[in-house]
Design a binder for this molecule. Sequence first.
Ligand SMILES: *[C@@H]1O[C@H](CO)[C@@H](O)[C@H](O)[C@H]1NC(C)=O
Length: 145
Amino acid sequence: MWSVPKVLILIIFRLISNFVSAETGEPKIKPFQFSTDINLGMREAVHCIVTYGEPPFEFMWFKDGQLLESIRGISYRKTDEFMSSLVISKVDADSNGNYTCRVTNSVGSDQKSAVLSVKGKKRFVCSYNLIRMGRIILHEKQQKK
Ligand SMILES: *[C@@H]1O[C@H](CO)[C@@H](O)[C@H](O)[C@H]1NC(C)=O
């Protein structure tokens, strides 16, 4: 059993630590998620929203730990002082991955991640096409004989 003073100390400690973290003004990102029913060819977007902290904020996006800069079809834009949007113009099997938004201000940073997982049969279609191509090439070679 906890004695009353211990509980009081705990409450006071909580209040102080809340106050301290409020004072530091480190950014806090609202968790975001990709839709669970994305299919190949669809457009998808997520928003990285900073719900706490002092601007200005710098936004950075990563895919599987790599800085997202020039992946074709994926772009991001600071849509507001406290928000950045990531847009995947046409989801394909290469879009799968773990996307991270990192926000930094003068006192600290925060990051949140979400995993994009597309249901699709691109690999199957791709290998099917390769087999077909192989057949066509074989066929052409045979005809040239
Ligand atoms: C996604 O990436 C973040 C940051 O690198 C990591 O902390 C997290 O565990 C990863 N999530 C998954 C499901 O791999």
